[in-house]
Each structure stands twice: as structure tokens, then as C-alpha cells.
Design a protein around this ligand. Structure first.
Ligand code: HEC
Length: 186
């Protein structure tokens, strides 16, 4: 074993040593702090395809249209056609081969679950102020985008029970790999 090899070997031994110590007794390294359930709840915001995690409330496309013009148009175009950033409205076309990456894949022609919309908008949009929208606003914006993408009718209301039941146009493009993962319970 050369000198470098020996060094790496010792370093690995050191790590193993640390791991076994921390298994036996909690060590205080002077880093971080214990957080309580309320703080964990702020981070624990993922929404499953089953709808698990969706908050109370409901949204409509009419209310979402106003919010969209206020918060989203600047980057995504006034009809969701795209602008400085991604296109958000695209109808699913059975004749198109979406595996080529063209045309743009977005909500209506690619996303498999409607619940992802609520999750994504709430955690990431608007891009310059993520996390700033209320659950009410996110429901309304999701409804407007689902309406524009032809997934719901203009007057449909979305909420924690209707959103997971929506059939996305492109959901048939997806299939489980050999490794079976149950997204509903994972
Ligand atoms: C300052 C520019 C900006 C604003 C304002 C903005 N977005 Fe975005 N949006 C982006 C960028 C950049 C991305 C791509 C992010 C990435 O790929 O990581 C994106 C991606 C998205 C996507 C995912 C598109 C896809 O098919 O992958 C959705 C949905 C979305 N935005 C919704 C919204 C909504 C709703 C609003 C208004 C509340 C909004 N955005 C406001 C910049 C913006």
C-alpha cells in the first residue's frame, strides 16, 4: 500500500469509528439545533399522487386567472405560452412522440399527476419568491393551469379530494419500471 492508499485507509477507519460511536451515544458537535414539530411541518410539504399532504381549501380557474396575471405572466407569458421561462400550457397530442424532447413537454402533454402542480407551485413559484403564495392562491392557480391545459372545465372546483382523481392526458405514457415503487405510500 503506498502512502496515499494508507492515508485513505486510515481516513475510512476514522469514519467507521465515528459512525459506531454515534450509534451508541449522541455526540454534540456544536452544529445545528434541535427543531420542533412546527418547524418540521414547514419543510414537510410534499404532496403524493394520492393527494396525501393536500391542505383544506379549494380553487377555481376564475380566481386563478387573476392571480396568474399578477404573479406569473412576466416569465411564462399571459396565456402560459412561455416567455423568458417555460411554457405551461400545451395540449396532449396522441400523434406526437414526446420521447424526443420536442415539442416542449409541460403540464398538459407530459405531467402524469395533477397533484404535482400544487406541490410544485407552492414550493417553487413564483421563481423570484418561492413559498410566498397562500394555499388558497396555489389551489386557484392550479385550477387555472389545469383548465388552460384542458384537464378540467372552466367551472370545476379543485380540492384535496378532486385533484388526485383527475386523469392527466399524458399519464398513459408512464409505466412502472421493474423496481416497483409505491408512490402512494412511500
Ligand atoms: C421570475 C420568473 C418566474 C415567475 C414570476 C414565475 N415562474 Fe414559474 N418558472 C420559472 C422558471 C425559471 C422555471 C423553471 C424552473 C426549473 O426548471 O428549475 C419555472 C417553472 C414553472 C413550472 C414548471 C413547468 C414545467 O413543465 O416543468 C410551473 C408549473 C410554473 N413555473 C408555474 C408558475 C406559476 C403558477 C407562477 C406564478 C405564481 C410562476 N411560475 C411564476 C420562472 C418563473
Amino acid at each position: 500500500m503506498n502512502r496515499l492508499g494508507a492515508g485513505i485507509f486510515l481516513a475510512v477507519l476514522g469514519l467507521v469509528g465515528c459512525a459506531s460511536t454515534s450509534n451508541n451515544a449522541r455526540q454534540d458537535y456544536g452544529l445545528g439545533r434541535v427543531i420542533d414539530a412546527a418547524e418540521i411541518a414547514q419543510w414537510d410539504i410534499d404532496i403524493k399522487p394520492s393527494g396525501e399532504g393536500l391542505p383544506d381549501g379549494e380553487g377555481t380557474a376564475a380566481a386563478g386567472a387573476i392571480l396568474y396575471q399578477q404573479y406569473c405572466t412576466a416569465c411564462h407569458g399571459d396565456q402560459g405560452q412561455g416567455g423568458t421561462n417555460d411554457r405551461l400550457v400545451a395540449a396532449f397530442d396522441r400523434e406526437v412522440n414526446y420521447s424526443t424532447g420536442s415539442p416542449t413537454r409541460t403540464i398538459g402533454n407530459y405531467w402524469p399527476y395533477a397533484t404535482t402542480l400544487f406541490d410544485y407551485i407552492r414550493r417553487a413559484m413564483p421563481h423570484n419568491a418561492p413559498g410566498s403564495l397562500t394555499n388558497q392562491q396555489v389551489y386557484d392557480l392550479s385550477a387555472w393551469l389545469l383548465f388552460q391545459n384542458g384537464v378540467i372545465a372552466e367551472n370545476d372546483v379543485i380540492n384535496r379530494s378532486t385533484l388526485p382523481q383527475l386523469q392527466m392526458p399524458a399519464s398513459g405514457l408512464f409505466y412502472w419500471s421493474d423496481e416497483v415503487v409505491d408512490l402512494a405510500t412511500d
